[in-house]
Design a protein around this ligand. Structure first.
Ligand code: FE2
Length: 341
């Protein structure tokens, strides 16, 4: 009874998670693929529609936050009908893998589309896109002296904006700092960063870029695709914001992924593989880049011109990107310790 009570709020919550379906327009779709995803971009809906049209497979979409979806899959247990799990952070892919919620992809054609470390060494997840966490600054000011993330903590870069440490994007960045320099050095880094915060962390990445433009502070740590979304925004103000900030790729640029795995008890495994193959196809990868300004996960896709205009940069490489998940508890501890909340 106690266990039921523990899960009761969650069962109620399951009832309100929306399920969207994308089916082929003319023909019937006798088969389905159930996708649990945290991706919430308009462009993705068009991709699912196209997949459904081409493969005659209906896409059922369950959208939610990563931890909510993970909890849902755990409650569903081996009755879970999740075929594909898509999240925008390696830390959460690692968590799903660690909790045995995923099964090996076991398809060389799929796995060979992406180079290491942008796929799990055991083939449990694979990147669909790459997203860089970079620094923006107001171009009315001189370019701040930032070569690496360390410079944010130890150089005079002015005040810093970033969102809450509760967000996985920042936790994975701190996990990288731990991976690079060890926990003690990462602790000092977090301490110095938080001392320079222009304000108590609030809002999303776009809000941090707007604040830099409005000269409320000097630099912001954000994902680069949000800058692309602002530059191409139909909102005039946001487009102006995007065009009037500079971008700095640190020499150890943090690359996280939007990635996918196949459910441990996936009832439609072949359809799941068909969807992964489709999403890693050259033309689809180019759409991710051109519409959401993410970097393709595959080598043969053309990178969007805006992203190319930002120039080459060095991607921080670690043997296994799962370290972002392995260090996430320590990263959270450091953020809490130094009041990055
Ligand atoms: Fe995002």
């Amino acid at each position: 009874m106690k266990q039921f009570n523990t899960y009761l709020p969650f069962f109620l919550f399951l009832c309100i998670i929306p399920v969207l379906s994308y089916a082929a327009g003319s023909s019937d779709t006798s088969s389905v693929v159930n996708v649990y995803t945290t991706r919430h971009y308009e462009a993705d809906a068009e991709l699912y529609k196209q997949f459904s049209d081409e493969h005659k497979i209906q896409v059922n979409l369950v959208q939610g936050k990563a931890d909510e979806l993970i909890q849902r899959i755990r409650v569903e247990g081996d009755k879970s009908e999740m075929d594909v799990f898509i999240v925008t952070d390696v830390g959460r892919l690692y968590r799903a893998k660690s909790l045995n919620l995923l099964s090996p992809i076991q398809d060389q054609k799929i796995l060979s589309r992406v180079v290491s470390p942008y796929k799990d060494p055991e083939g449990m997840w694979i990147a669909l896109t790459k997203r860089t966490r970079i620094v923006v600054y107001n171009t009315n000011n001189p370019r701040p002296p930032i070569q690496s993330y360390l410079d944010l903590a130890y150089n005079d870069v002015g005040n810093i904006f970033t969102r809450s440490s509760g967000h996985v994007y920042n936790i994975s960045l701190v996990s990288q700092i731990i991976d690079q320099y060890g926990s003690d050095a990462a602790s000092k880094w977090v301490q110095n960063i938080t001392r320079k915060f222009a304000r108590k962390p609030q809002g999303n990445d776009r809000d941090q870029i707007r604040a830099v433009y409005e000269s409320k502070g000097d630099v912001a740590i954000v994902n680069s695709y949000y800058l692309g979304l602002l530059i191409h925004s139909p909102d005039d103000y946001d487009a102006m914001v995007g065009r009037n900030v500079g971008i700095i790729f640190p020499q150890d640029t943090h690359v996280n992924v939007s990635g996918a795995g196949i459910g441990a008890s996936s009832p439609n495994r072949e359809n799941a593989k068909a969807l992964l193959s489709f999403l890693l196809r050259k033309d689809i990868q180019e759409r991710y880049s051109a519409t959401n300004y993410e970097f393709p996960a595959v080598q043969d896709a053309k990178v969007d011109d805006l992203l190319l205009s930002w120039g080459d940069f060095f991607e921080y490489q670690t043997k296994d990107l799962n370290v972002y998940g392995e260090f996430s508890a320590e990263a959270t501890r450091l953020a809490d310790l130094h009041g990055w909340n």
